[in-house]
Design a protein around this ligand. Structure first.
Ligand SMILES: Cc1cc2nc3c(=O)[nH]c(=O)nc-3n(C[C@H](O)[C@H](O)[C@H](O)COP(=O)(O)O)c2cc1C
Length: 440
């Protein structure tokens, strides 16, 4: 049996699934976008699978890109998270919120209140936002990278200081003595940065885990500076074991450089499986979501393989001539996988049905294929866990929970039950209240 167990988090967006056309699946209610009871049901399914957390991406701008697809995100991640937290007991939640377009006091207050009401199960994925459409919603513009990240450091530090400003033993609640709380222990923080400032204190008591956990996503050098100092979990975008090992090491090194123990920061790799009894069924399951954009995808596949491909090519394998000249395009890290699958002799349509243009690796086949992928990556040291993006929430979560999770448990790779109560417990993150004195 393996000593160390993998973590599993689940992506939760719009109420339909991670595939753009999930809203059209026959078992899906197309009005789920506005139905938070559905979101709650999906969080309960994830909790039944003993996942460590549910993760909500967010971009504060329009995310529906065409008439035939749904918005990618939930209406409001904080409110959705509150509803999901009330419907569950153990599983953790992390939501994305921008350091560029939030005031630290507002964000500190909302996140810590959620942490208190959920019994210490909340995390915050701190992002800086790069899309001018987001800036426009705040009557603003995207600042240059240095400025964005300088502000991000200030926002995170002020938020953590505000979280710690109601000291752990401040609340007396002694009716007889007439002391509600010791005000000497709920004191201003008086932090003034170059970009943001806050006086405090924040009138929110400690949660069961003290305060929310910080997440970071993406592996840019500036992002690593944030992850290394503050994060306990990093969601990566990696397509090969080698790249994932490298990114995990970068994250661990960044933590060390910030004076932290690399074990405090978990690197999470993405997966977008299609699970069905046979490989053919699984290809068809993914294929139905590939079909609506297959003509664009075939051109893109050509670019990945350094070939010219048109819809005419869809129903044949690549010719021997084409295979001989095909090269994996180094500008897209998914190209190696595309080339490997092309060489297996699949038709161009089936190559695309392998989900090779999806934004995380896609194990396609019976549950063992996904479990094998996870085992291989985990045992190679490519990650500490996985960020599972279900294709369709309505049945995709239950299939993973009923079919993949038991295999991982039998192999000693995934826990049988929650060991603790809070998100910090689930991630093995150390106790922290207020700023981290090693970092600030
Ligand atoms: C798996 C993953 C999820 C992400 N989720 C979000 C998100 O929900 N919202 C967001 O604004 N950015 C998100 N990002 C983008 C990163 O936060 C970051 O902006 C990006 O990696 C570019 O880095 P840079 O701003 O340093 O150039 C995500 C990145 C990855 C890899």
């Amino acid at each position: 049996m393996n000593e160390k167990k993998m973590l599993i988090g689940m992506q939760m967006g719009n109420g339909y699934g991670a595939q753009a056309h999930a809203w059209q699946a026959e078992n899906v209610d197309p009005y789920n976008y506005a139905n938070l009871d559905a979101h709650a049901r999906y969080a309960q399914a994830a909790e039944r699978g003993k996942f460590q957390f549910v993760f909500l991406p967010d971009f504060a701008s329009q995310s529906q890109k065409a008439d035939d697809v749904a918005p990618m995100l939930t209406m409001d991640p904080f409110i959705t998270m509150a509803v999901m937290a009330r419907a569950t007991k153990k599983i953790g939640f992390a939501t994305t919120a921008s350091t560029s377009f939030s005031e630290p006091y507002n964000l500190a207050r909302t996140l810590k209140t959620l942490d208190v009401m959920s019994g210490g199960r909340i995390g915050w994925n701190a992002v800086t936002s790069t899309d001018p459409a987001i800036a426009a919603n705040f009557g603003s513009q995207i600042a240059d990278k240095e400025t964005r990240y300088a502000r991000a450091h200030e926002v995170i530090q002020i938020i953590q200081a505000l979280w710690g400003s109601w000291e752990k033993d401040a609340w007396i609640a002694d009716k007889e003595a007439g002391v509600f709380a010791d005000l000497s222990k709920i004191q201003p923080i008086n932090l003034q940065g170059q970009h943001v400032a806050s006086r405090g204190p924040l009138e929110v008591p400690p949660s069961k885990q003290g305060q929310p956990v910080i997440f970071q996503a993406g592996g840019s050098p500036h992002g690593l500076g944030i992850a290394g100092r503050y994060a306990n979990a990093v969601i990566g975008a990696t397509f090969t074991i080698e790249d994932s090992i490298r990114q995990r090491q970068n994250v661990r090194r960044a933590a060390e450089q910030a004076g932290r123990d690399p074990e405090e920061i978990k690197f999470i790799a993405g997966i977008m499986p299609a699970i069905a009894p046979t490989k053919r069924d699984a290809l068809n399951r993914r294929g139905r979501f590939v079909e609506p954009s297959i003509h664009q995808r075939v051109g893109y596949l050509g670019m990945m393989l350094s070939l010219s491909l048109t819809p005419e090519d869809l129903d044949h394998p690549l010719s021997a001539d084409k295979l001989a000249t095909a090269r994996a395009n180094p500008s897209d890290p998914r190209s190696e996988t595309a080339l490997r699958i092309a060489r297996e002799g699949w038709s161009v349509r089936d190559i695309l049905y392998h989900g090779i243009i999806d934004y995380h690796p896609s194990p396609i086949g019976p549950a063992e294929v996904t479990a094998d992928h996870m085992q291989e990556w985990f045992e190679a040291g490519a990650c500490d866990g996985f960020w599972f993006s279900p294709d369709v929430y309505e049945d995709g979560i239950d299939t993973f929970v009923d079919e993949v999770v038991p295999i991982l448990q039998r192999r000693g790779l995934f826990h049988e039950d929650y060991e603790g109560e809070t998100l910090r417990d689930h991630l093995g993150a150390p106790v922290q209240y207020g700023l981290d004195p090693r970092v600030a």
